[in-house]
Design a protein around this ligand. Sequence first.
Ligand SMILES: [Zn+2]
Length: 615
Amino acid sequence: NELPSLSSVLSDPPSPQDNPYLIGVGRADCTGPPAEIPLMGYANPEQTAAGIHTRLYSRAFIIDDGRRRVVFVTADVGMISQRLRLEVLRALQVKYGDLYRQENLVLSGTHTHCGPAGYFQYTLFMVTSKGFMKASIKPLVNGIVKSIDIAHRNVKPGRIYRSRGALEHSSLNRSPHSYLNNPKEERDRYQWNTDKQVLVLKFTDLDGDGIGMLSWFAVHAVSMNYTNRMVSSDNMGYASYLMEQEKNRGQLPGQGGFVAGFSSSNLGDVSPNTRGPRCMNTGLPCDYLNSSCPIGGTKMCKAFGPGDDMFDSTRIIGHSVYRKAKVSTCKPALGHSFAAGTTDGGGDLNFTQGDPPEKVEVKYVCVCVCSQMNWPLPWHPQIVDVQIITIGSVAVVAVPGEMTTMSGRRLREAVKQELESEGAFKDTEVVLAGLSNIYTHYITTYEEYQVQRYEGASTIYGPHTLSAYLQKYRGLARAIAQDKVSELPLGPPPPFFEKNLFNLLPAPSVDRAPENSSFGDVLQQVYPIYRQVRQRPSGLMSELCLRFHWLKGSNQQSNATIEWHIPSRPPGVSTGSNTWGTTSSGWAGRPSSRPTRGCPSLQGHRQLLLTVRSQ
Ligand SMILES: [Zn+2]
């Protein structure tokens, strides 16, 4: 091996084929402003941020086999936009030159629907999220780059293990009617109409101590529904939180060396709301095929569960995914370390200008319309990144949108076939990283497209979108298998718009304290019935128990409310269970008026209204 640091390590016992990787992990906050910014996901203009449920993090994983280096980032954000990726690449270029670049960096979003909007440069997204906002994109860029910085700094020799398990009762196909339109013989090959596998990569140092883990599970991060106005990392963020709290004992949320990433996958038609869609007026199940109600139609139909409310559901789904990732049994290793190979289609999936890919008849249904809409900027991306990285025998396929269950299965199969065709790959595990690099909405199969439910109607490049992608990814996989990655053309660079970006959001007005009062005054103290029983030295409390509401008020005055939700029983894994003792009537506690460490800082900004509510 070329790397001196590795050869010194290798003089120790490990057998020659047991070459360790160089591995670095890092996590950084990317929360951004928790008020007055539209949230990205439900396309509901009323849903602007007004507080924090959980902070948002970017988690970076650098893997280097001595020949090549790849970086995988999973961030608590709705999706990665082309603009966000371009800005991150620019920042990395300044710091690291060509070390981290378009070909070896994958950015993937967890698909939380309660992160900031406003980091897109295409008109359609600027219209639906009230514009392009520096206040949104800057913390995201900074957080992602910082997580890579941290991972870069702590790169060390280590090993990678892979495992997979099946997680039932945590996901549901939300468009079964579309799924049923896929060929019967194809459907018969699968037990479920969603993918149940949780794939886990475990990273250890050479002593076998865990330094991080990365997993993928296909489910929408929408346990928090459209009525929520607090910034939240949703179910996937909660799974990360649980794993990291367990591994980083005694540390505050978001701190500690162990980094646990829970990434999105082919979740296009997969809901976490396992009680299924019900009519809000009657409580009865909605019409199965059309998701509509006798009175109120589709608007009245909403998916619920598994918890009593969205907070409960977030905890339950997050906990299930975390537990499955934890107990999945590990395969010893990734065979011998052979290639952290990487490749990239570099944006040559050009649907509107180039010739259609050979052998695939591509109909430009939406694109014909959208491509004519270029004012003030193009409404949709016309250059799309497709990318595959391999880490040993695991191939991570970066998907620029939301693939449905069956689309994902077809893609995984195609990539596996190509990789193994040359004999260089065996026992390959192909995993899809969803919402990666650029957002192009949904990708259904041709058959699902015909049904034109939400996912089909949102497959913006038309019914043959999947065929075009399959062809592109096959080409990439073949190049990796034949070790011809360096011969791949980079394709045209995506545009970076400097002009005509617009922001419809009025600048926030400056807050003022009323006369004879000052920022930070307590307006309403907690009920005296709550008393502090015992406090740990660190004085920390489970992040999930604390809710921070920040409501922009009138007369240039805003109030913040801090709610402390005291669990009726200790959560499965909780740093909070020891913080506050029990009384005969249940959990009791009284927060101090100082912001808790690890929770949002309020100093000098707003007035404090403290309340504590017991569940
Ligand atoms: Zn989605």
